[in-house]
Design a protein around this ligand. Structure first.
Ligand SMILES: NC(=O)C1=CN([C@@H]2O[C@H](COP(=O)(O)OP(=O)(O)OC[C@H]3O[C@@H](n4cnc5c(N)ncnc54)[C@H](OP(=O)(O)O)[C@@H]3O)[C@@H](O)[C@H]2O)C=CC1
Ligand SMILES: CC(=O)N[C@@H](CCC(=O)OP(=O)(O)O)C(=O)O
Length: 303
């Protein structure tokens, strides 16, 4: 009888790590764990990583880099890595873990040694923009602005505690220096030629996210309509089970997909005013983190 593959989650006590761990219970895998007293000890972590076939890194960027370096020193004996942090999302020697990105991405993930799980905001922004650019409906030089709101679990344990124990702000814009860590990731994987403006915000609700991209249709090449944008997204995501392209709504609630691994894309707008707004709605901890990780784990291990 063949053994189920062994997985170790480095950072299993954190927000993302804990969710992935709970959800692996339903899969044919063996979970290798670490003594909580040694969970930050590099030697104990290294030993635990080497006991696994696949290591899922659910750590701050610096600790992920440290883990990846330790495993690189092991050469061919190293386990495969799936990193949830933003440390390697634009690295050319890691595969970007968004299976729906292009037709060949699923296969690349399945055979990769190292996969970087996408960021929560980039998942929405890239899913909206990349198919439109690849289809030639949106020019890669278009000056894209992205507005987004996340539930407070997006800030990990520290932000969760701040909101749940002290009571956080109802709504807050941040990243106003326009240097958010997700900008290079969106810039690269959306296929944009011009650096996008990205304005994130966080609200006093635990989980959920909306990413929105306003467009002036008259600034696009050709007489592009909202129907053209909708059709291009429909064509790209036909047959996908996690990403759905849905009709426009008058309003959207950010927390509607909490606890769900799917993502909803919409094209809203007015033919009369020649303006549109693309929206992606997801759970920052679902398709934005653990749901995407589960998709990638299943692909990497052929489950
Ligand atoms: N929350 C979200 O919506 C998303 C998060 N991510 C990414 O996932 C990663 C984890 O985030 P999240 O789970 O939210 O963060 P948390 O802060 O909730 O969890 C991080 C965990 O890593 C532990 N840790 C810190 N340093 C080390 C170390 N040197 N060795 C071992 N363990 C360590 C922390 O322990 P301690 O708390 O004791 O410091 C904590 O348990 C981040 O890189 C984040 O960017 C990705 C997508 C979405
Ligand atoms: C609300 C909030 O603080 N969100 C985080 C983004 C979530 C995150 O850190 O994770 P990923 O980079 O892996 O998506 C932030 O803006 O830094």
């Amino acid at each position: 009888m063949t053994q189920n593959p062994v997985i170790f989650i480095d950072g299993e006590a954190g927000t993302t790590g804990l969710e992935i761990r709970q959800r692996l219970v339903d899969l044919p895998v063996q979970l290798h764990t670490i003594d909580p007293a040694h969970r930050k000890d590099p030697a104990a972590r290294k030993e635990a990583m080497l006991a696994a076939e696949l290591v899922v890194l659910c750590l701050p960027d610096a600790a992920s880099r440290e883990a990846a370096e330790m495993m690189a020193e092991e050469g061919a004996g190293a386990p495969r890595l799936l990193d949830a942090s933003s440390a390697f999302r634009t690295a050319s020697d890691w595969v970007y873990g968004l299976p729906e990105l292009t037709p060949g991405q699923t296969q690349k993930i399945a055979s990769a040694q190292r996969v970087s799980n996408p960021g929560c905001y980039p998942t929405g922004a890239i899913a909206l923009l990349r198919p439109l650019i690849d289809a030639g409906v949106l020019d890669a030089h278009y000056p894209v602005s992205i507005n987004a709101v996340s539930g407070y679990s997006g800030g990990g344990r520290a932000m969760i505690e701040a909101h749940e124990q002290e009571g956080g702000p109802a709504f807050e814009l941040y990243g106003l220096g326009l240097e958010h860590k997700h900008v290079p990731e969106i810039h690269l994987h959306a296929g944009l030629k011009r650096r996008p403006v990205f304005v994130p915000s966080v609200g006093h609700f635990p989980r959920g996210m909306i990413v929105s991209v306003p467009l002036h249709l008259d600034d696009l090449k050709g007489h592009v309509t909202t129907e053209d944008l909708h059709s291009a997204l429909m064509a790209h995501y036909a047959g996908q089970d996690k990403i759905k392209v849905l009709p426009a709504e008058g309003s959207l609630s950010a927390s509607a997909l909490a606890g769900n691994d799917g993502m909803e894309l919409r094209v809203h707008g007015s033919t009369h005013s020649r303006q549109a707004v693309l929206t992606a709605r997801l759970d920052n901890l679902g398709k934005g983190a653990s749901g995407a990780a589960l998709q990638n784990i299943a692909l990497m291990l052929g489950l």
